[in-house]
Design a protein around this ligand. Sequence first.
Ligand code: THU
Length: 134
Amino acid sequence: MLNDKLIDVAREVRERAYAPYSGFKVGAAIMAEDGTIYSGCNIENASYSHSICAERVALFKAVGVGARIFQAIAIVTELDNPASPCGACRQVLAEFSPDMQVLMANTRGKVITSTVKELLPMAFSNSDLREDKF
Ligand code: THU
């Protein structure tokens, strides 16, 4: 099943997380409209605020090679209760595909499913930038 594949890729890339400061490893895998999967892990920095989440690494890699629309993203941590994306990542994911599925999983196979729209209701978006939108 496609969801299982996406979670597997996220689980694998989690091993490459660079998280020496938090020790909290995250893996993400995002599936574009055409089925291509792009993966990302969190990458931390000694200047802490320059760290970046796994979700944005995966998304930015995808956008950087031309993908714009996404079916689903899987996020894997080792927490008993799978982690959900942070607010910044929700906003960035919503920019491209508010309807994308979000599969929050742990390394032992527990999965919680939602969508970006459900996780970020009333998101600020492109249309909010224009006075004449109505
Ligand atoms: N992190 C992610 O990569 N994704 C999330 O959804 C939550 C947090 C990372 C950021 C930081 O490197 C570490 O986890 C601890 O916050």
